[in-house]
Design a protein around this ligand. Sequence first.
Ligand code: FAD
Length: 445
Amino acid sequence: MSSLTGWGRTQPSIATVVTPANEHDVLDILARATKGVIARGLGRSYGDAAQVAGGTVIDGLGLGGIGPIDEATGEVTVGAGTSLDALLSISVPKGWFIAVSPGTRQVTVGGAIAADVHGKNHHRDGAFCEHVRSLRLVTPTGAMTVGPTDEPDVFWGTAGAMGLTGIVTEATLRLLPIETDRLVVDTDRCRDLDALMAAMATGDEDHRYSVAWVDCMATGARLGRAVLTRGNHACRVDLDATAQLREPAPSRSGLLRVPWVAPKGLLNRVSIRAFNEAWFRRAPRHRRDELVSLGAFFHPLDFVTDWNLLYGPRGVVQYQLAVPDTGGDTVRRAIELLATSGVPSFLAVLKRFGPSDPGFLSFPIEGWTLALDMPVGPAQLPGVLDRLDELVVADGGRVYLAKDARLDPRHLPAMYPRLDELASLRARLDPRGVLTSDLARRLGV
Ligand SMILES: Cc1cc2nc3c(=O)[nH]c(=O)nc-3n(C[C@H](O)[C@H](O)[C@H](O)COP(=O)(O)OP(=O)(O)OC[C@H]3O[C@@H](n4cnc5c(N)ncnc54)[C@H](O)[C@@H]3O)c2cc1C
């Protein structure tokens, strides 16, 4: 029996953890299970999606392996327990990058499919599963290979369904060709939210990647001030002739390590406000064509192993919302609520989403997404989060289940209107109802 938690703030959940080496082992575990089974990758979802109290957690890390990369198509077949870090360390020197990268490389391919993760390029390239050609899914009724055109309901039912349709054991991904391991990046300081959203609405199309870091503690005329960074992969002509493709730094273990859990109260309104201020002032007002490494642009947090310990013993709540593009009112009201609530919040991340994919429970919807990081502690925090939920639901939006640990289940059907389709699919693939998680139980999925 092992105790597992999410990356942010979740209660420990005691379960039996098993590490299958292949599909047959997974079939066997599912056939014998009676009390609930869920897959787990690298545990980077912030909440309780990859834990199941009293049941069996399938540690997917044994399902590894990286096949050859097809030089013509960029297709590669990998075990679902392969981390994006391991894949990139092989693919980048050969001139291939992952088509969609979340903010950390320390996630598995299985976890990326289960959350249908998005990156800084959703406005251009969509979510992770739009670049999956096929996957192997093991369910309590058997194993199957599915793809966007081969059993599409099972494929799109699995994309974003947080492991609730089965265990992904293998996937064939389409990679993105790159000429160098650098990006050409533009940085702009935006004085307030209007300036930021206008810049993103007009200029994002010229950049494959776009992300804004918003100071959610600034108020008044500075509300929503932000630093916007946008980039494209650098071509050989952008670099000097000697530049080589290399594995992106940092290495798997990160370069710095937080050695202890920070004392309670280290992160408070004063310290976080000071950090946000210093960070905003340090950023250049306008900088063009800076060459930045893949690691620094996509995965800056990976440079610091165990950075979440900085939040102290009570941990962090991540809250990520997506709302349709109806003028940005909800984003403004969410930032206003936070800025005036007394809840300290680190730099928030604002991105634009392009059209949704057909994933039944996939998170992105066309419009805006805002991700907030808040240390657990302030008495107002639960009320602020409930108020955020109400704003999001009223605007036809949703919260990201990969980051959730506390959503009121009454909001779920409005946020995810295709729950019934998922329920029918699960009844077909898993008639005994073996697959479940603490998240599914909490939200009544
Ligand atoms: C620093 C940081 C930055 C992040 N940035 C982003 C971002 O930019 N965009 C984004 O979309 N997400 C982001 N995330 C969230 C993260 O990408 C997702 O939570 C992802 O699912 C984590 O993958 P994992 O391998 O750690 O899976 P886990 O956290 O272990 O599990 C997540 C879900 O995947 C399921 N799962 C895992 N393996 C399998 C499998 N083999 N078969 C079926 N289901 C499986 C689990 O059951 C669970 O429901 C970030 C997380 C962190 C910590």
